[in-house]
Design a protein around this ligand. Structure first.
Ligand code: ADP
Ligand code: DP6
Length: 309
């Protein structure tokens, strides 16, 4: 028997950065994202005599296998071992949310493989424990993940049809130097701005919900931009300051600022990596792409939730 699932990555407009409870993956902030059509993962789960994890056609080492085995344990029945084969159809660990689509696809496949029939709320709580951002990839379009408390922390979709697109500018597709999990832990422990970050995040979330309700692309972009930069600012205030932003990221940001002065809808967000995501709409996309012709780009629109294939 083999269970196969597909899930799309999501990029946060309001970021998750910091955990209140590391075991339960309870986040310090609520977050909100857009699931993207062009970035996705396909994962299969089949029987095996020991747990094996093959990512992008490469057998993973002991550490990666143990990490995924612990997650499988949340679903496992009868001590059944599994072979997990997964392919990310975009760069892995480059700040493009491979852990989000990866763990979301895996949850859906494991739910089927072990015959659980968990509903989306139960699945959201379990998926979170693979990778926080993965809980948002269970759903399509705009998704809100409430920080909640006592393990009650789930993602829910926000029903809204609007013209919004993301242009992903790949300035570097290498694997990141520091993974988001350990760096968000250090941020929570050390950053002088961490408390402010959580407080302003609440304000940004309220304003973002209103902006989405009003389909106001300018407000959505503006709030997403300041929220992302505030997340990055927390990293500048740790004992050994760290930045994911690279010189080329800044070049792209300057270009976006220039375009905006010319009346183009273009705002940016960045995650745990140097790649820049531009928030725009279908009308302004061609002009932005023309100006960014020197860069490798992926144009993404709203993508669907995770599904069993
Ligand atoms: P990203 O920015 O791509 O999300 P992270 O450092 O947050 O990078 O996550 C990358 C890690 O997520 C990988 O090292 C691996 O452990 C895990 N991961 C990536 N893709 C998958 C996948 N398809 N299935 C399961 N785990 C995955
Ligand atoms: C910057 O979900 O990868 O992309 O829960 O430890 O697996 P873990 O972290 P992860 O962190 C994502 C951080 C982010 C912001 C976001 O997606 O909200």
């Amino acid at each position: 028997m083999k269970s196969v699932a597909k899930a799309h990555a999501n990029i946060a407009l309001i970021k998750y950065w910091g955990k209140e409870d590391e075991q339960l993956f309870l986040p310090s902030t609520s977050s909100l994202s857009l699931t993207l059509d062009k970035l996705y993962t396909i994962t299969s789960v089949s029987e095996s005599d020991r747990d094996v994890f093959v990512l992008n056609r490469q057998i993973q080492n002991e550490k990666e296998t143990q990490k995924i085995s612990r997650f499988v344990d949340l679903f496992r029945t009868n001590n059944q071992s599994v072979k997990i084969e997964s392919i990310n159809y975009f760069p892995t660990a480059a700040g493009l949310a491979s852990s989000a689509s990866g763990y979301s696809a895996l949850s859906v496949a494991l739910n089927d493989f072990f015959g659980h029939h968990y509903d989306v709320e139960q699945l959201s709580m379990l998926t979170r424990r693979g990778s926080g951002s993965a809980t948002r990839s269970l759903f399509g379009g705009f998704v809100k993940w409430e920080k909640g408390s006592n393990d009650q922390s789930v993602a829910t979709p926000i029903e809204k049809e609007m013209d919004i697109e993301m242009i992903i500018v790949i300035v570097n597709e290498q694997q990141k130097k520091k993974d988001s999990r350990s760096l968000m832990k250090v941020t929570k422990e050390q950053s002088r701005y961490f408390e402010s970050w959580t407080q302003y995040n609440d304000i940004d979330m309220q304003e973002m919900l209103t902006a989405i309700e009003n389909e106001d692309i300018h407000q959505i972009g503006k709030i997403a931009e300041r929220n992302a930069m505030m997340m990055h600012a927390t990293l500048l205030a740790i004992e050994e300051p760290f930045f994911y932003i690279e010189p080329q990221s800044l070049e792209v940001i300057s270009l976006i600022q220039e375009l905006r002065q010319q009346g183009i809808v273009a705002y940016y967000t960045m995650d745990a990596g140097p790649n820049v995501k531009i928030i725009t709409n279908s009308q302004h996309r061609p002009l932005i792409l023309e100006r960014l012709s020197a860069y490798q780009t992926i144009v993404a629109q709203k993508g669907p939730g995770a599904t069993l294939l």
